[in-house]
Write a protein that binds this ligand. Sequence first.
Ligand SMILES: [Zn+2]
Length: 568
Amino acid sequence: MKLLLMVASLLLLTLIPAPQPVQTVDVVFKNGNVYTANDKAPHAEAIAVKADRIVFVGSNADAEKYLLQAKSMRVVDLKGATVLPGFTDSHQHLSGVGLREMTLNLEGITSLEDFLAKVKARVDQAKPGEWVTGRGWIETHWKPPVFPTRWDLDKVAPNNPVILGRADGHGAVANSAALKLAGVDKSTPNPFGGEISKDKQSGEPNGMLLDAAQGLVRRKVPPTSSADAERAVVLGSKRNVDLGWTQIQDAGGGYADVEIFKKLYEAGTIKLRIYKAVYGPGPSATRLMNEGATIGAYGNRFTLRTIKVVSDGALGSRGAALLDVYSDASDTKGFLTVKAEELRPMLVDALRKGIQVETHAIGDYANRFVLDEYEAALKAVPAAERKVADPRWRIEHAQIVNPADIPRFAKLGIIPSMQPSHAIGDLFFAPSRLGMERLAGAYAWESFIKSGVIVPGGSDAPVERGEPMIEFYAAVARKDQKGFSAEGWHPEEAVSREQALKMFTIWPAYAAFEENLRGTIEVGKLADLTILSADIMKIPFPEILKTRCVMTVINGEIVHESKPQKGT
Ligand SMILES: [Zn+2]
């Protein structure tokens, strides 16, 4: 009997092939509700990570082989939490997000009285003559929804110069003390790309400064100290990571930001990935063309290969450049903020040097102008003469596009980079600014996707809150946060949840030339994960807004973790 057993087991040993040695891993995530954004294998339960890469995606059963190792790996039991590829904010202003936490934050104010009360409280703490700055106010829901004036501010700030930015960044209100210091009066001409708003009766500046006109006053404000600028980046990065963003695409700024980012990466202070653009045409753009791109520095965390151009203002402040006059202001079509003769040579140079260009365009005229300029440059420099054959140039916002221009994006290979939350905020005033007809090509996400382009999604924070769940909700619901929608909101332009998932994962990766590196949960890609308290691919729309980020993983490292609360 004993002998028989021995023979049997020997037989078995020879019959069963020796098990393949299992690769050692660092972290195993199991019991997850994993959406991979990979069409070939859209769903999984477990992920294994080694160093900064995903090495396994599959079922809990298949992940068992890793758990048998006696290695000191971390095992994270997700208990059914929803796992998505690390979210990317395709359009954000990182230091602006940080500064918003540090200066007078005027978001969420619902009336002129509250606005003035908040300003007064701040002014009362300031030393005599000290500047008071802030941003974030928006009059859309005030009654009546009109801009504040210098005279309103003078009541609470008679002695301190004050300038307060509208949430969209394209307008600001200054008080009389600030205008005086800047030498802005009745006779000051509008600067190029800006407008000094005037009182209709007296012709006096009323305090509202649009786009480039803000600079007249802002250049008198003492610059942010380098310590404060650094603190803003640290605060902004932390906020982003806690909310579940694993990369932000920083839409503008200059080399001063780049120096701060490098310093903070070198010290290991920030973990967030930053895909950086610098403003152009101008000295930063020239420097980028001369020095060349930086790609994938600090563990693929930092890339600088893009120039940001601003071609017009915003719709709320009537600075967006339209083909026809505003429906509620028949004396204006808005204005361009870049000169074609400065833009053209820069575009040609960028193609030859392999530099990406992304251009802010809100109005239908600005969008057509940018498409025309891009098209001319692409024609002037054929693919063989470009350093990067498919340059993946972008139009940021692409908010109001003449329907005839929508197919031109796919034809030219231009990427519309769009912000869902803009639609659900702007659609309160867009019908009066534009009239019903022009809304057919406004915030037209689904029309764009159907036309054959990808639509990377972003928040434009600090213009908007900058929260992934607000953006995802806005994209799929296309209603305001209370569920409100009205005539002209074009519900058919909402996207499916599968599309929305791509808007914040693989599409931004593509728009950053990183589709082989990140953006899906796939073996070989960087281990970036956004882990949520609820299944946003299934729950009713309002519950998306209540969903929280329970864990953020960047390069395989858990950089944010909060205890999941029961019942959510
Ligand atoms: Zn922006």
